[in-house]
Design a binder for this molecule. Structure first.
Ligand code: PEP
Length: 244
């Protein structure tokens, strides 16, 4: 039985004043029925962790592949844990695009996160051109194969399927398209990792909001969501949590 997970990615949004939204979220959902994770910018991890208490987990949006050293601007798994974080998103499509992150690098970051005691939320997803060319399952299969280390387990990894063309656009795949990719990912993970692959949670991400959360969460092999814009406001993210 996989526990559902509602994960929020604040991206490069959020100042200290915005932590009031988290206070509201925690007050309204003190004991959610699913796991809840918020990944604010690194500057807010520590403060958010103090507000979160036992109601939700806190994570980072990236994690360097090395433990320490001359890597200006980066943060390591140990730093994330030290700030109160328990998770790290790796391989988000914005980082794959903006920072030219390859599957090889994403895999190294995933390994670093796991070695540092974090749970890696590994993102995969096709572009619109790749979907139009009928390449979706090949792309997802290759990203999964390349980005997940051989020791990925149900407890150290979560996978998020985020079609690039659905992120921040208000567009979502059909429920059939989501089911097709999630069933494909489940089969690929079971084939590679056996029983552990059956336990790895598969999140859908891309324009999830209160109005579409219920129907998306009912799709086969969807174990929750990675939510961008709608995780910034307590009312919206709270409604998504309640839909799980
Ligand atoms: C995301 O960035 O991971 C995301 C899913 O964004 P949004 O929900 O805003 O589409």
């Amino acid at each position: 039985m996989r526990t559902k997970l509602a994960a929020g990615n604040w991206k490069m949004n959020g100042l200290k004043a915005d932590l009031a939204e988290v206070e509201t979220l925690v007050a309204n959902h003190p004991a959610p029925l699913c796991d809840v994770l918020l990944c604010p910018p690194a500057t807010l991890i520590s403060a958010l962790a103090q507000i979160a208490g036992a109601s939700l987990d806190v994570g980072a949006q990236d994690c360097h592949m090395k433990g320490s050293g001359a890597h200006t601007g980066d943060i390591s798994a140990a730093m994330i844990a030290d700030a109160g974080g328990s998770h790290a998103i790796v391989g988000h499509s914005e980082r794959r695009a903006d920072h030219h992150e390859s599957d090889v690098l994403v895999r190294a970051k995933t390994e670093a996160a796991i070695e540092g005691g974090l749970i890696a939320v590994v993102c995969v997803g096709e572009t619109e051109a790749q979907r139009d060319a009928g390449e979706t399952l090949t792309i997802i299969g290759n990203q999964l194969k390349g980005s997940l280390p051989d020791h990925a387990t149900a407890t150290n990894c979560v996978v998020a399927y985020e079609p690039v063309w659905a992120i921040g656009t208000g567009r979502t795949p059909t429920l059939e398209q989501i089911a097709e990719v999630h069933d494909f990912m489940r089969n690929a993970l079971v084939k590679r990792f056996g029983a552990e692959g059956d336990g790895i949670r598969l999140l859908y991400g891309g324009s999830v909001k209160p109005s579409n959360a219920t129907e998306i969460f009912a799709v086969s092999n969807v174990d929750g969501a990675l939510v961008g814009g709608a995780s910034l406001k307590a009312a919206d993210f709270g409604a998504i949590i309640a839909a799980l």
